[in-house]
Design a protein around this ligand. Structure first.
Ligand code: SAH
Ligand code: MG
Length: 203
């Protein structure tokens, strides 16, 4: 019991250390209420096999893996420094048997196997590409969750966006939202959790 409590305590301080690292190095990890929502969702829907696009430093992967020891996550990160940091944190967390981190561009590789949940949290301009490349890895009645669909509120308030680059990106996110709504083979809902989350269930 005491050992167990110490293990939980160690994991919580690791989470805090990662939050601090992310803040200091401008790594866009999930917001707290977003990650809570994701974890509740995984528990509620009993997802055990998860594919994540965009590991960053492994924060969301570690939060998910902490939920249960029968939960397995494959996660892809293209940035070398973040990938290395993710490997370091995952090793520290003691969850390396549950988390498989792959270094590379998710659009340039193929992943085998079927998953209960595909979590897309990478380059926002490419969301349709990620969706179309990896939907084949999602089981029937499985889910695809996408983060940052609100993008700091800019998607709902396009008038606030002044720069051209940002306007293009916001336009791409809006096109992805429209795309999800038009995919009749999925049921999609949008939630104002964290930075805006889309949940699509494969029919
Ligand atoms: N899920 C993480 C945060 C991810 S931030 C968490 O909440 O802890 C988004 C990450 O996606 C960045 O680190 C970025 O390098 C990565 N990324 C963007 N495009 C990618 C691609 N095509 N393939 C793999 N990783 C990508
Ligand atoms: Mg995100």
């Amino acid at each position: 019991m005491i050992k167990y409590e110490k293990e939980i305590g160690d994991k919580m301080s690791l989470i805090q250390e990662m939050e601090l690292y992310a803040k200091e190095h401008n790594v866009p990890i999930m917001q707290k209420d977003g990650v809570h929502f994701l974890c509740d969702f995984i528990n509620e829907h009993k997802c055990t096999r998860i594919l994540e696009i965009g590991s960053a430093i492994g924060y969301s992967a570690i939060c998910m893996a902490m939920l249960a020891n029968n939960l397995h996550i494959t996660t892809i990160e293209r940035d070398k420094v973040r990938y290395q940091k993710a490997v370091e944190y995952v090793n520290k967390s003691g969850l390396s048997s549950q988390i498989h981190i792959i270094h590379g561009d998710a659009l340039d590789m193929d992943i085998d196997g079927m998953f209960d949940l595909l979590f897309i949290d990478a380059a926002k301009a490419q969301y349709i590409k990620f969706f179309e490349k990896y939907e084949k890895n999602v089981k029937k009645n499985g889910y695809i969750i996408t983060d940052n669909l609100s993008f700091h509120g800019f998607v709902e308030n396009k008038d606030l966006v002044k720069s051209k680059n940002l306007r293009q990106l916001v336009g791409k996110i809006q096109r992805f939202i429209d795309y999800l709504q038009n995919r009749a083979d999925y049921d999609t809902i949008f939630l104002e959790k964290g930075d805006g989350i889309g949940i699509s269930r494969k029919k």
